[in-house]
Ligand binder design. Structure first.
Ligand code: ZN
Length: 138
């Protein structure tokens, strides 16, 4: 069970049903440059495996990172842990136009897609919530 730093699946080299393991991480700088509006507290760490069936490229992975997002109420930058456990992506091979398939980029966009758009600090109990609610009642 080798772990390779493989970021793309080479469809011509994969044998059907033979699993290839991968593990890699994307630095906070790499994450920010791909998604320039946000910052991150920890790198994105990914590990998993991929294999080919008749029609599909199967990517099976776990990933975690800590994102930073502004609180919707006080605007304070809040750290947000994202954890993905044993997720499977099945990519139809017919739809892959190139010889290789970008595993890293696919997992990166999936994981970043799991980050909620709107967050509130202090586990949903922003200290400034009370003052805003008072203001709304007037
Ligand atoms: Zn807040």
């Amino acid at each position: 069970m080798d772990t390779h730093n493989i970021k793309r699946a080479n469809l011509n080299q994969l044998e059907e049903g033979v699993e290839t393991h991968f593990s890699f991480s994307l630095s906070t700088e790499e994450l920010t440059s791909a998604d320039c509006s946000f910052s991150y507290k920890s790198p994105l760490k990914i590990k998993g495996k991929h294999y080919k069936t008749n029609d599909f490229l199967i990517i099976y992975f776990s990933a975690n990172l800590e994102a930073l997002r502004p609180c919707k109420i006080c605007n304070e930058e809040t750290s947000l842990p994202i954890e993905i456990n044993n997720h499977t992506i099945a990519q139809q091979i017919d739809e892959i136009r190139e010889e290789t398939f970008d595993i890293q980029d696919t997992i990166r966009s999936y994981t970043l897609g799991e980050i909620p758009d709107i967050i509130e600090c202090n586990n949903g109990q922003c200290p400034e919530r009370a003052s805003i609610e008072k203001y709304l009642k007037k």
